[in-house]
Design a protein around this ligand. Structure first.
Ligand SMILES: *Cc1c(COP(=O)(O)O)cnc(C)c1O
Length: 364
């Protein structure tokens, strides 16, 4: 059997919407080109088809988190910059150089390793520099920027493409950390060799022109996650998760549904079971909180989300029957709404989308 054909759940991935979102972000960020961050298999949607579509749209800068992710899409991106955010592991330099992949260098040790390999090869190697301005996670801390400013020869052999930093709270425009990071970044760049700069992630593209740079690095917004939480979503939805009803049960008042009976029918109820559960990345925390859509009708999720199954109250959707499709994510149930109901964010919902769904690409 072909994997994914028997699940009764289909993930529609709209590559046209993703390309359109990239074009919108380009208009939103006029100070420089817009890269695509395709880490975690393009936020769960498939790095290969997404990279191919965005390259066709004109995208020429791509980031992944891991070297292996970059290697997998390198052939699809001839001549494009392909960079790895999580940096250079000791010993990986030859693999980067062989595939023309640029590491994002985030420590003096990584700079030394990459520069040494460039000297070994006798040719300059492309790299980016990550400066930590407040995340305290990756990137050069202030004392290492000082060391580099004092001794720029440490970069000999590295063809610096961009200096970048990463915003901590870009989705919260009122948070003063945004302006602090921008200012710290500007001060660090002024002390380093003159190099193009890269600042905004998805939400950063919506913080105004002061957060414009020579290269934006959005990920989530490409895939329809709202980069401006609390305001209307400027992006197009790119994902629809449809599940087919396997069985319908008539449950009398007092009947309880699923593990531990955490939902009790208060009226004669029709309960639909679909084959999507937490093993498919439909979070267990959605128990009694989520809803799906049947056509325009919202049908609440009732009872526990179990490993492979979930149950919905379709009493008020008389047209729904065995074989009908419910939208677990779709036009009436955006990914951000599912995330909110599950106590997480759209990033996590997308990156956890299960391997058992049949993936159908639109606009490939
Ligand atoms: C993930 C990531 C991005 C993209 O962030 P989004 O919020 O998804 O746009 C950009 N830069 C870095 C360093 C990242 O880790």
């Amino acid at each position: 059997m072909i994997p994914g054909t028997s699940t009764g759940a289909v993930l529609d991935i709209d590559l046209e919407a993703i390309a359109d979102n990239w074009a919108r972000l380009c208009r939103q960020h006029p100070s420089g080109p817009v890269a695509a961050v395709l880490k975690a298999n393009a936020y769960g949607l498939g790095a290969v088809p997404v990279a191919r579509r965005l390259f066709a749209a004109g995208c020429r800068h791509v980031f992944t988190a891991h070297l292996s992710e970059a290697q997998a899409i390198r052939p699809l991106l001839p001549g494009a910059m392909l960079a790895v955010l999580n940096g250079l592991w000791p010993g990986d330099a030859p693999a980067y150089a062989a595939a023309d992949i640029a590491p994002v260098l985030g420590s003096l040790a990584e700079i030394e390793e990459w520069a040494a390999h460039a000297r070994t090869l006798g040719r300059p190697l492309p790299g980016l520099l990550h400066v930590d301005t407040g995340m305290n996670r990756l990137g050069l801390p202030p004392q290492d920027v000082d060391a580099l400013a004092a001794e720029p020869g440490r970069l000999d052999g590295v063809r610096l493409l961009y200096v970048m930093t990463h915003l901590v709270s870009a989705e919260a425009p009122g948070d003063p950390i945004n302006a602090q990071q921008r200012d710290r970044f500007a001060r660090a760049c002024a002390r380093l060799p003159a190099t193009p700069q890269s600042l905004a992630n998805s939400s950063g593209c919506f913080l105004g022109p002061a957060f414009g740079s020579d290269l934006a690095r959005p990920g989530a917004a490409l895939f329809g996650v709202n980069p401006t939480p609390g305001r209307p979503n400027p992006m197009r939805a790119a994902v629809r998760l449809r599940a087919r009803i396997l069985q319908v049960r008539d449950v009398p008042p007092g009947g309880r549904i699923g593990y531990n009976g955490v939902w009790t029918a208060r009226r004669p109820s029709r309960i639909a079971t679909v084959s999507v559960g937490y093993a498919d990345g439909y979070p267990r925390s959605l128990t009694n909180h989520a809803a799906a859509c049947f056509d325009e009708q919202v049908v609440p999720l009732v009872g526990r989300v179990s490993m492979d199954l979930s149950t919905f109250d379709i009493t008020d959707a008389p047209g729904a029957a065995v074989g009908s499709w419910l939208d677990l994510i779709g036009p009436g149930m955006p990914v951000d709404e599912v995330a909110h109901r599950g106590g997480t964010n759209g990033y996590e919902i997308l990156t956890q989308l299960g391997a058992r769904y049949r993936r159908a690409y639109l606009g490939a």
